[in-house]
Design a protein around this ligand. Structure first.
Ligand code: LR7
Ligand code: MN
Length: 582
């Protein structure tokens, strides 16, 4: 009996040992063939939630893609014949891009794989969340919209693509009506179309799309994009790991005239989305220190903000943050609102180098802001910024914004009490926390702004109806004199000039410099907030401290230049006229 018992217990031990060892051996076996490692479900224990870099091509990489020939294939520029140029320029005016060129390029064209080569070797979980790709559009061209749709269908693993949701923001172009409804029928329900009953602008339209979407993840694209090879899994993997992560692809450029597809940058360089204090979106190269925090150069990294158009997020998470502030109208500032909200309220943003998407940058905006804008007084985008700043910034930082954009103080931003209540309810952190821990590199490029000593129109004492005017030109450009706009200004910033306590004279984000030929509007030197200018309130002269000369108006040519200072010469006298918009 005892012997049997002993044997039994030995057998038991043996079996128990085998039960432990066999899986261990199996795991070791799997690891030695690491291309075989696949992911188990997110819900089970012992899961690998990080994608693995493997020797073989990673999963979801396309195999044996047939080479294509034709106009624009391979992302090559497509050059039109001379006799097409007239039509082309008409289309450019109507759509902001050359639709004649686009129409000749296949909606399923090939584009160059612009990823870091290593990207092909990532293995991702097999059970990533299902995604609604949401494309909002207002009066977009036909072939650019459809190329966006086809590229998504062609280059996304179907099991992760719940749907492509097209949301029409009250377009009035014929091709976007019945013809579009007819066309999408070929996608057997995978492409859905819903429409606004009136013009809502892109921001509200996206919030509507998110509510309407049926996927677990919502992923927004502009209506003139082409997604690149295996773009989707790398965007979904971080969200699978943690649903409070927003992921952002790297955005390549598609030329608005030739539709050439160009990588935004090559090699291992990475950029983060930041902003300057007037809330213009900027990008800043990721520091070596930050880059090295990751094991592999193709891994995602954290970014304070994003350009706005292209990103993925867990749908419930987006809605739990209140979607976009419904008080933001049409265009602009929503990228900051969502970014600040995510970071300050406990989430994060990751840029994903292995996901590339091309976007057509237009030369100008081919649409107006519609009725929504007419109800508002002043520049709509600045009003949007003011809402975002007043909701998410601490007082100290609000001052930086108003110093850079003095007009904003006077603008009516509407009611933000719901936004403040949300911030309270979600127990969101301060903007200072965000600056110190997330957006610390903003200061390198855009240090805190000293207060303005003067702001407004600079009028001539000799010819009082004339004011300095940038005429809306881009820097670098010579500055001129033009009829003062005064109260008729209506949000045009080209005559609103500020002189700060450190001698920087600027308009918006640009600065004034002087050379032998005249006074020039230039890019402010990055990382600096000072300048050479000094205004004397008694003599009304504007001195350039380095050249030791004053700005003079040439009576015959209306040209501005530096002259030896002559304090009694009215052509060298200027007054700052601060606006008091009603
Ligand atoms: O009233 C409108 N209703 C719309 O549905 C106006 C526009 N739209 C649609 C439009 O058809 C397009 O599909 O909204 C989308 C974006 O409009 P664009 O393409 O005119 O915007 P943009 O590319 O000039 O502007 C960028 O900033 C915007 C600020 O509100 C949005 O966030 C855009 O999505 C954003 N685009 C990108 O981020 C692409 C990459 C740019 C960079 C860097
Ligand atoms: Mn766009």
């Amino acid at each position: 009996m005892r012997i049997v018992q002993l044997r039994k217990s030995r057998l038991f031990k043996l079996v128990a040992a085998a039960l432990c060892v066999i899986p261990l051996l199996y795991i070791l076996f799997l690891q030695s063939n690491h291309e075989n490692i696949k992911f188990s479900a997110f819900s089970s224990k012992n899961v690998k939630t990080k994608p693995q870099l493997v020797n073989e091509l990673g999963n979801f990489e396309p195999q044996n893609v047939a080479e294509r020939t034709g106009p624009g294939e391979g992302g090559k520029p497509h050059i039109l014949r001379d006799d097409q140029q007239n039509d082309a320029s008409q289309m450019l005016t109507e759509f902001g891009m050359n639709m004649v060129c686009s129409d000749e390029i296949s909606v399923s064209r090939s584009i160059p794989d612009t990823r870091i080569p290593e990207c092909k070797h990532w293995n991702y979980p097999e059970d990533l969340p299902k995604t609604s790709v949401i494309i909002v559009f207002h009066n977009e061209g036909w072939s650019t919209l459809l190329r966006t749709v086809h590229s998504v269908i062609n280059r996304s693993p179907p099991q992760f693509l719940k749907e492509v949701l097209l949301v029409d923001d009250f377009s009035n172009k014929e091709h976007l009506k019945g013809k579009l409804e007819q066309y999408i029928m070929r996608f057997d329900g995978k492409v859905r179309l819903v429409r606004n009953k009136e013009r809502e602008g892109l921001i509200r339209t996206r919030s509507y799309g998110a509510k309407e979407a049926r996927g677990d993840v919502i992923l927004f694209l502009d209506a003139h994009c082409e997604v690149n090879v295996n773009w989707l899994p790398p965007l979904l993997a971080p969200i699978y790991r943690d649903k409070t992560i927003m992921t952002v692809p790297v955005i390549d450029g598609i030329d608005f005239k030739t539709f050439e597809y160009r990588p935004v940058y090559q090699g291992g360089h990475h950029y983060r989305g930041i902003f300057e204090w007037g809330m213009l979106y900027k990008e800043n190269e990721l520091s070596q220190k930050e880059a090295k925090k990751r094991e592999h150069n193709s891994e995602p990294y954290k970014s304070p903000t994003h350009a706005g158009g292209l990103f993925a997020m867990n749908r419930d998470y987006f809605l739990s943050l209140g979607a976009y502030d419904p008080g933001l109208l049409v265009w602009g500032g929503e990228n900051f609102e969502l970014s600040f909200k995510i970071w300050q309220c406990g989430g994060s943003i990751e840029w994903v180098p292995c996901s590339r998407v091309g976007h057509v940058y237009r030369s100008f905006m081919p649409y107006n802001f519609g009725k929504l804008a007419q109800k508002k007084k002043g520049p709509l985008v600045t009003i949007n910024y003011k809402r975002v700043v007043e909701t998410w910034f601490d007082d100290k930082f609000k001052e930086y914004f108003y110093t850079r954009e003095p007009l904003a103080r006077y603008l009516d931003m509407g009611d933000i009490s719901d936004q403040l209540a949300l911030k309270e309810r979600l127990k969101c952190k301060s903007f200072e926390w965000f600056m110190d821990n997330v957006a610390y590199d903003v200061y390198d490029k855009f240090p805190a702004l000293p207060p303005n000593l003067h702001w407004g129109e600079i009028g001539s004492v000799a010819l009082p109806s004339l004011c300095w005017d940038t005429l809306g030109q881009d820097a670098p450009a010579f500055i001129s004199i033009y009829e003062c706009m005064g109260d008729n200004n209506n949000g045009d910033l080209s005559q609103l000039i500020r002189l700060n306590a450190k001698g920087q004279l600027g308009v918006g984000e640009r600065c004034f410099e002087a050379d032998t030929q005249g006074i020039k509007l230039v890019f402010c030197r990055l990382g600096t907030v000072d300048g050479p200018w000094e205004y004397d309130e008694i003599s009304h002269t504007l001195l350039h401290r380095i050249h030791k000369k004053c700005v003079a108006l040439h009576p015959q040519t209306s040209h501005l230049s530096l002259m030896p200072c002559d304090t009694v010469n009215t052509y060298q006298q200027w007054t700052f006229k601060e606006l008091q918009p009603k």
